[in-house]
Design a protein around this ligand. Structure first.
Ligand code: ZN
Length: 170
């Protein structure tokens, strides 16, 4: 267990570092809902007064992430998913998407796909993938998504936008 203070609202947090999802870069403060970088966990706070400690429940923060696999046209990139609607596509000056991917892959649309992250009735995050009527469609585990089709993502799923490969992990 690591104890630290939220840098934004100063609430004391206790984190079981062994239960943090692999590859997690930040987590939400349960009180002020701001993103706290995982790197802060290495700065152990020596403070014995933990009376108002909030224990972070790792199951509540287990949203997935998307890794963009590097190739000649694209550097490797990482997007931590959070609750709500996240849109992906090729980064451009007019991008209005939440997750712009830096690439010269012109086969990737500027607004290519959506991942919606929602909690189910058991409080577990589910990740719903759909195509945004992209010109070259979204390839999901080697099958093109149909218009209006929504699939639930699972660990290690592969998504191809244009010629660029993305991997989903939880
Ligand atoms: Zn906070």
């Amino acid at each position: 267990m690591i104890s630290l203070k939220c840098p934004y609202c100063q609430v004391k947090l206790k984190v079981d570092e062994t239960k943090l999802p692999k590859g997690l870069e930040s987590f939400k403060c349960p009180k002020c809902k701001k993103e706290i970088s995982v790197s802060l966990l290495s700065q152990k706070e020596v403070n014995s007064d933990l009376s108002d400690t909030v224990i972070i429940n790792p199951t509540n923060i287990k949203t997935g992430h998307i890794t963009v696999i590097a190739d000649a046209q694209t550097p490797d990139q990482y997007f931590l998913l959070h609750e709500g609607i996240m849109t992906f596509g090729r980064k451009s000056s007019t991008s209005e998407i939440t997750c712009p991917i830096v690439t010269t892959d012109k086969m990737m649309s500027r607004n290519h796909m959506t991942i919606e992250v929602k909690k189910d009735s058991k409080g577990t995050y589910k990740h719903y993938l759909s195509d945004n009527n992209s010109k070259n469609r979204t390839l999901y585990n080697n099958n093109y998504l149909e218009a209006g089709e929504i699939v639930i993502l699972h660990d290690n799923d592969e998504i191809v936008l244009g010629r660029t490969t993305l991997r989903f992990n939880v």
